[in-house]
Design a protein around this ligand. Structure first.
Ligand code: ATP
Length: 315
């Protein structure tokens, strides 16, 4: 008897494998490409980016200016449409949405916090009124709105500023109110673009703390774009973006030290994508003058990478 699978079975297995990528993730980017075309010039802002974020996870995106962080965040926010690939957020397919679905996605599923507080808050409304505003749009009753706004401002540590207008608050307070606004309608995801960009370090840490509380207490998946070098201690995972691709990850784990005390350990990894591609850190490749090609060797527990010396032999 021939036990070899037929073509239909092989296709079924391949399909089943494909659907497994990111099946349980809250955010899935698979080979995401975004090309901007302006006056005949093409800029490839994202070139095959892969990213998975789990439900309830708090992730920071870091990377040099122009690496594609804002492009990615705008796509995840439903404000921009990728050129190719897969982008799924809370089960919504961002490449295949009608205008109406996109609007619903932006209103109900994601909350935003932008760097400029002026973009987050209406200047003529008090903190509490700002938090109530999205709930009014969603048709929630007045009593319910009031109590939820008060609760959220309290959670963000700005309950005592409920009656203040944005101009009467400090930058850090405004950003904490902005987080309360972003979570008012119970979104599944919060996206924050440089939320501490205009703040000093101490105030920035308070804003990260508020984002952390929203993430932990409300269970909302959180993605933050930041230049803040101290961010790794505040989030579960830091994802480095280089040239439009995820290139490295810093994972934060809590372990016990020799005396049984909890300590936070952050370990840096290079990202190996599904095609087997790996970005070697520039400092490593330039230290050994590696370019164009390298020699690889499989060892029992690691892979060796050597500079290509074949030119030297032929000289
Ligand atoms: N609307 C646009 N039209 C053309 N090119 C764009 C546009 N938006 C971004 N780009 C280009 O795409 C690339 C990625 O830009 P992006 O703003 O995503 O980077 P970034 O990592 O967020 O940078 P920064 O930290 O400076 O905000 C850059 O080369 C940028 O010039």
């Amino acid at each position: 008897m021939n036990d070899a699978p037929n073509l239909a079975e092989l296709e079924r297995r391949a399909g089943a494998r494909a659907s497994q990528y990111g099946e349980n993730a809250h955010i899935v980017c698979d080979n995401l490409v975004r090309i901007y075309r302006t006056e005949g010039v093409e800029v490839i802002a994202l070139q095959g980016l892969d990213l998975l974020v789990g439900k309830g996870e708090m992730v920071a995106l870091v990377g040099a200016s122009g690496s594609g962080k804002s492009t990615l965040l705008n796509i995840l926010a439903g404000l921009d449409v990728p050129t190719a690939g897969v982008a799924r957020v809370a089960d919504a397919d961002l490449l295949d949405m009608s205008g109406r679905e996109r609007l619903r996605f932006r209103r109900e599923l994601v909350g935003f916090v932008w760097q400029q507080t002026g973009r987050n808050l209406l200047p003529y409304l008090s903190a509490a009124e700002n938090v109530e505003m999205p709930m009014r749009f969603a048709g929630r009753g007045r009593k319910d709105r009031r109590s939820r706004a008060a609760e959220l401002l309290e959670l963000m540590g700005v309950g005592h500023r409920a009656g203040a207008r944005p101009a009467e608050m400090s930058g850090g307070e405004q950003q904490r109110v902005s987080i309360a606004v972003a979570v008012a309608n119970q979104p599944k995801i919060i996206l924050a673009d440089e939320p501490t960009g205009e703040l000093d370090t101490a105030t920035g840490a308070e804003v990260f703390g508020a984002l952390r509380r929203a993430n932990r207490e409300l269970g909302v998946t959180t993605v933050i774009v930041t230049h803040d070098p101290d961010v790794a201690g505040n989030v579960d995972r830091t994802v480095g973006i280089r040239d439009g691709r995820t290139s490295s990850e810093i994972l934060r784990r809590t372990t016990l030290d020799a005396d049984g005390r909890e300590e936070i350990v952050a370990a840096e990894y290079a990202v190996l994508d599904r095609a087997g591609r790996l970005q070697l850190p520039r400092e490593f490749t330039s230290a050994l003058e590696m370019k164009d090609r390298v020699r690889l060797a499989l060892e029992t527990d690691h892979i060796g990478v050597w500079p290509d010396r074949s030119h030297d032999d032929h000289r």
